[in-house]
Design a protein around this ligand. Sequence first.
Ligand SMILES: *[C@@H]1O[C@H](CO)[C@@H](O)[C@H](O)[C@H]1NC(C)=O
Ligand SMILES: *[C@@H]1O[C@H](CO)[C@@H](O)[C@H](O)[C@H]1NC(C)=O
Ligand SMILES: *[C@@H]1O[C@H](CO)[C@@H](O)[C@H](O)[C@H]1NC(C)=O
Length: 375
Amino acid sequence: MQVSRLLLALGSAAAVCGAPLATSLQQPWRGADKVDLRPSPHLPLLSFRPDGTFKLAIVTDTHLLDNQLAPGNESEVNGATIEEVQRYLERERPDFAVHNGDVISGEAANNTKNVEDAIAQLFSPFVRARVPFAVSHGNHDNDRYSTHASLARLERAVAPQLCYSRPAPPGIGGGRFGDEVGSDNFWIPIHASRKAIRGSRPALLLWFLDSRSGHTTLERGYQPIDSWVDPAVAIWLNATASAMQRAWGTLPPSVIFTHIPNRYHLVAQSKAPFRAKLGGVTDERPEHFPGPNGDASRPHAGLNIDDPLDVQDKAASRDQAYLDAIAFGPLGSSRIHGIHSGHDHAADWVSSCPCALPCVGSSDAALRSARHRRS
Ligand SMILES: *[C@@H]1O[C@H](CO)[C@@H](O)[C@H](O)[C@H]1NC(C)=O
Ligand SMILES: *[C@@H]1O[C@H](CO)[C@@H](O)[C@H](O)[C@H]1NC(C)=O
Ligand SMILES: *[C@@H]1O[C@H](CO)[C@@H](O)[C@H](O)[C@H]1NC(C)=O
């Protein structure tokens, strides 16, 4: 599994760059008038600490139920993963945690009870450490006995006071396989102080965009699912950000989470020199990422075990709709701190964006990808 942390300072989070752009929707979205700027009224408001910081922990690719390493040894492997999550949350004491997907290896589940048990196990450390969280599910989460929506329901049931995930509006995210497989499209407001009024302009927005993928359940015929953010999500992004702009004047900065990296991650990876682009933790040097057999040389040294980086639908660029909404829609009128993804194992890196996303291309904004470490 993979863990990393992101410490945001209120001062920098409040920086705004880029001129506000006019918005014009290509297609109206039926729910556009009903954008609720006070989501999850039953949950506490999330806010920066009095010292102006907000610590966000990322856990990803925990793959509970995985039996690829030692068939028949799932419970031990699960136990070790859960222990590691517990240690991490206790050590870091984050204000919020994001699970960036592949919570389980759904293909290894034999029935729905396996899935329920795995979710209860994995999120018990969050409950014990009282860490609020949200989840951007991955390709292995849509499988034999699970969908993104069914897992989110289980997560809310396991941690009703801590889970901030909520389903996308009807018709947004699922594409032709229905809302169940692409339901993780939502946003979470982080306020400047605990005393903020619900619905007022937050200091930071966390966006969750569902890159779908995997399979429909056995019951639904086990059909492969498109592995990119559904274009309808771009319509919802524009409409939601535009409602926010109307209500708040300007948008606060954003951080985006989506399980499968977008195409620009691939561009970043393909352009030498890789090393100059690696940032963040000093350990992220290529020699610290030996190949599967201890081999230090690999095609994308330090970046990824997959060759090439596995990204959303790289051939047809079908993730362009949501990237355009970020770049040219009202969301892009404020700063995008970064787009975080899991999915690609053994890679843990930060790159400036070699693309047209406003402010994402600046020196301090980032595409981030996560390493997968078996504990
Ligand atoms: C099962 O997994 C645990 C944790 O990864 C490992 O320590 C143990 O040796 C494994 N046992 C077998 C029989 O593979
Ligand atoms: C699923 O069934 C197989 C075969 O009976 C068994 O080896 C495995 O442990 C089961 N997996 C789970 C998560 O119960
Ligand atoms: C979102 O808004 C931007 C800016 O107006 C536009 O370029 C883009 O096509 C819109 N996306 C959709 C799906 O409507």
